[in-house]
Write a protein that binds this ligand. Structure first.
Ligand SMILES: N[C@@H](CCC(=O)N[C@@H](CS)C(=O)NCC(=O)O)C(=O)O
Length: 202
């Protein structure tokens, strides 16, 4: 298993997942600061030139959540995904897609307009709109997490890796306030896991 890796990227959540599985892997560093993610060789692995990507039996795979779900299924004995066809499996898909499609895009907009776009192209309105929508969506998650330790069932799963990864991004984008106690507590607990610390290099 080879993980194309840059520390300040979503490759960290895939590394966290691989650490949870306890399987051997090699890190293939891709220096995004030097633009290595757009080099022709890497574009053969990820046609958009984004991180993360892995190479595993059979070939390359990209999209962080897809990789995490695939790895959970590949090692069923680790019990990081509910069995296919169960209600919990439906919830697992639901919350992973919720995180990736309803939450993360707003964080990307905020990151672009506060950090990555040239100053002249940044829009405070775009940040305000994205932040407002993110808060609406985060409130749904906050309600779900009340009285729970994990997003699905009562054990840690790959869905917690995806959720943890997205909430970590939210924290860095200053979108998790101290009043969101449930989400902050959940994030704190999942990031305390030794495998999360290894994934994030902390
Ligand atoms: N939905 C993708 C997003 C991948 C993505 O945009 N990665 C960022 C780094 S965290 C990237 O490589 N950006 C550079 C680019 O897209 O050119 C995933 O979850 O893997």
């Amino acid at each position: 298993m080879k993980l194309y890796f840059f520390q300040q990227s979503r490759a960290t959540r895939v590394r966290w997942m691989i650490e949870e599985l306890g399987i051997p892997y090699d890190l293939a560093p891709v220096d995004m600061m030097k633009g290595e993610h757009k080099y022709p060789d890497y574009l053969k692995v990820h046609p958009l030139g984004a991180l993360p990507a892995i190479e595993d039996d059979g070939g390359p795979l990209f999209e962080s959540a897809a990789i995490i779900m695939q790895l959970a299924d590949k090692y069923p004995e680790k019990k990081l995904a509910p069995p296919v066809g169960t209600y919990e499996r439906g919830e697992y898909y639901q919350w992973i897609l919720f995180a990736m499609t309803e939450m993360e895009p707003h964080l990307v907009t905020i990151a672009q307009h506060t950090r990555f776009l040239p100053e002249a192209e940044r829009s405070t309105d775009a940040v305000a709109r994205a932040s407002k929508r993110f808060q609406t969506v985060a409130a749904v998650l906050e309600a779900r997490m009340k009285g729970r330790d994990f997003i699905v069932g009562n054990t840690f799963s790959a869905a917690d890796v995806v959720l943890g990864g997205v909430l970590y991004f939210a924290k860095r984008m200053e979108q998790l306030g101290d009043d969101q106690l449930t989400l902050n507590t959940y994030l704190f607990h999942v990031l305390e896991r030794p495998c999360a610390k290894r994934g994030y290099g902390s």
